[in-house]
Design a protein around this ligand. Structure first.
Ligand code: NAD
Ligand code: TYD
Length: 338
């Protein structure tokens, strides 16, 4: 796969993926299409913007004419679709843009991929499409019923169904990856781990939704990026793969560990009103990608968390840049009066 169109490559996971490919696969041309919403930032690509085999294009995945032009101009072979509205809380306050980007945008990309006869379409999806587990339920497998609970997960599930339908109806060679919660460098500080790290570093309260006993499975972002590359280059068309860190933790466990690692007191923890419809537990059975494609997580949670904390300590300029506009207002609206 030598010529790829990556969408959402200025966001958290997309930019980690683009930097990884440019570092490790010098023969691959990466065309990077991103709308640069509040979550997309060219600083995430830094010196990589100047690389000859990286072409950044600012644009919307809902613009089909532009997507088709890019496919023709750069002789694109495959699309990896990271572009999305990705934050559950925002989907509860403003769901419509989630339908526009996550559903209509994915449909637009699928039509272009079908009409231009691309050889692969990888949809970067989420474990959240499976809904919520009870404490003793088995982990999500690729056969678990799709039961999304938030507008975000519903929009991602709708996109997954469209991807499957294009594979079935037009034989478009598709794959879907469903990953658990990621953390690592360049994550926008509205998501739990970077939010808690940065609040702790600045002695601000750590807002825990409800009792904080919700469970997530955490995976270091670079391990997710490697999994996507393996699926793109080695998976059989039509297959769905769950990706996870085999690392279930309650939010309170994660938050206490962050406080310990940055040397701050637990008195910073502040329980706030719970998220509407808050999913209690996600857990992933990643056995299929491990057995079929030989992928496994390589970074332990403690190691990944230490690297992530160090990254935020070393990149305060990045942080003040990304929070200077939208996030300040968002944080004030969410927590200002609590
Ligand atoms: P993010 O919010 O950090 O980045 C999303 C990127 O998409 C941004 O650069 C944004 O500018 C871009 N974008 C948004 N709308 C666009 C549009 N209409 N056209 C073009 N670009 C647009 O998200 P992320 O955390 O990096 O997630 C990337 C993908 O991975 C998403 O599809 C998400 O559903 C999925 N995912 C995320 C996680 C996680 O823990 N973050 C876990 C599993 C799956
Ligand atoms: P988040 O990072 O938003 O990911 P997701 O909701 O997609 O899993 O949240 C992770 C968990 O942390 C989730 O259970 C909600 C919780 N949470 C808080 O308790 N406080 C916060 O300020 C945020 C952003 C999340």
């Amino acid at each position: 796969m030598n010529r790829i169109l990556v969408t959402g490559g200025a966001g958290f996971i997309g930019s980690n993926f683009v930097r990884m490919i440019l570092d490790e696969e010098p023969g691959v041309l990466v065309v990077n299409l991103d709308k640069l919403t509040y979550a997309g930032n060219l600083e995430n690509l830094g010196g990589y913007m100047k690389k000859a085999n990286h072409k950044f294009v600012k644009g919307d995945i809902c613009n089909g004419d532009m997507v088709e032009k890019l496919i023709d101009e750069y002789k694109i072979e495959a699309i990896i679709n990271f572009a999305a509205e990705s934050h559950v809380d925002r989907s509860i306050s403003e769901p419509k843009v989630f339908i526009d980007t996550n559903v209509t945008g994915t449909l637009t990309l699928l039509e272009a991929a079908r009409d231009k006869k691309l050889t692969r379409f990888v949809q970067v999806s989420t474990d959240e499409v499976y809904g919520s587990l009870k404490p003793d339920d088995p982990e999500f497998s690729e056969r678990t019923l799709i039961s999304p609970n938030s507008p975000y997960s519903a929009s991602k599930a709708a996109a997954d169904h469209l991807v499957r339908a294009f594979g079935h109806t037009w034989n478009l060679p598709v794959n879907i990856t469903r990953c658990s919660n990621n953390y690592g460098a360049y994550q926008f500080p509205e998501k739990m781990i970077p939010l808690m790290i940065n609040n702790a570093l600045n002695d601000k309260p750590l807002p825990v939704y409800g009792d904080g006993m919700q469970v997530r499975d955490w995976l270091y972002v670079n391990d997710h990026c490697r999994a996507i590359w393996v699926v793109l280059t080695e998976a059989k068309a039509g297959e769905v793969y769950n990706i996870g860190g085999c690392n279930e933790k309650t939010n309170m466990e994660v938050i206490r560990l962050i406080l310990k690692k940055v040397g701050k007191e637990e008195s910073l923890i502040k329980h706030v009103a719970d998220r509407l419809g808050h999913d209690r537990r996600y857990a992933i059975d990643a056995g299929k990608i491990m057995t079929e494609l030989g992928w496994k997580p390589t970074v332990t949670f403690e190691e990944g968390l230490e690297k992530t904390i160090q990254w935020y300590l070393d990149n305060s300029a990045w942080l003040s840049n990304v929070v200077s506009g939208d996030y300040q207002k968002y944080y004030q609206d969410m927590y200002g009066n609590r």
